[in-house]
Design a binder for this molecule. Structure first.
Ligand code: SAH
Length: 238
């Protein structure tokens, strides 16, 4: 069976309810997917789960969906205890990191300002739209929480007790990245790498575990994908 169209909505989903979709989702249904009233799609969010809905009205810039029946109850993501921190990259690489991290199940994304990272700002609305599309495509129910950028020392100072932080460090003797049960996060540096002083600061924190992703020097976005793939591959329920 062809994969049905899934759209995330913050609206309440209940049988018989009507959900109004914003212009970008209406455009996607009508102009991109060429659907018409009567067509069946799925709507989801983390609070209400996933529901079958039928397009009841579709115009330029607006769509209404009549909610029929629940397809999936709300449930935590299997890997919802995986977070990603990454040093800000050029925009296309940052976009790719947010998309792939969402596909790989991260619950929270922390852009980090480091000595060699590029820029100090992100367009949060744009990154949230990228994450929403990746969640729709990858059959997640939840969206990752994308944080405002913060300097590395602030991230480490506010680090929650009991969460390991696997630091991807190139050109160093370190054990490989391994999945373990319990709250985990990955941190990846910028194209220029972490500065030596930053590596010292990272290593000084007891929750930081330096780890290698192999003998080659990876682009930062490759390191994110490879590291998250290793950390989420095994079931990690608490
Ligand atoms: N300019 C640096 C490389 C930075 S690579 C140099 O030439 O040494 C960008 C980031 O990807 C690094 O900060 C690190 O977090 C991660 N990374 C790349 N290759 C890695 C590897 N083999 N093992 C662990 N992390 C790696």
């Amino acid at each position: 069976m062809a994969r049905s169209i899934r759209l995330h909505t913050p609206a309440a989903l209940t049988a018989g309810g009507i959900v109004a979709l914003p212009p970008d989702q209406a455009h996607y249904l009508g102009a991109v997917m060429r659907l018409a009233p009567g067509a069946v799609i799925a709507l989801f969010n983390a609070r209400d789960g996933e529901w079958r809905g039928r397009i009841s009205a579709l115009r330029r810039g607006a769509a209404e969906i009549e909610i029929e029946a629940r397809l999936r109850p709300p449930a935590p993501e299997q890997d919802s205890d995986l977070w990603l921190a990454f040093a800000l990259l050029k925009r296309p690489a940052t976009d790719l990191v947010v998309q792939k991290a969402t596909e790989l199940g991260v619950a929270a994304i922390f852009p980090v300002i480091t000595m060699h990272s590029l820029g100090e700002r992100v367009n949060l609305a744009r990154l949230e739209a990228i994450a929403r599309e990746a969640a729709e495509q990858s059959e997640r129910l939840s969206l990752p929480a994308i944080q405002a950028p913060q300097p590395l020392p602030a991230l480490l100072a506010g680090w929650p007790r009991g969460r390991r932080l696997v630091a991807a460090i190139e050109r160093a003797e370190a054990p490989p990245v391994v999945a373990k049960p319990g709250p985990t996060a990955l941190i990846v540096g910028p194209e220029g790498g972490f500065a030596p002083a930053e590596l010292d600061v990272l290593r000084a924190h007891p929750f930081v575990e330096p780890a290698t992703l192999g003998p080659r020097i990876l682009r930062a976005e490759t390191a994110v994908i490879a590291g998250l793939a290793l950390l989420q591959a095994a079931p990690r329920r608490r």
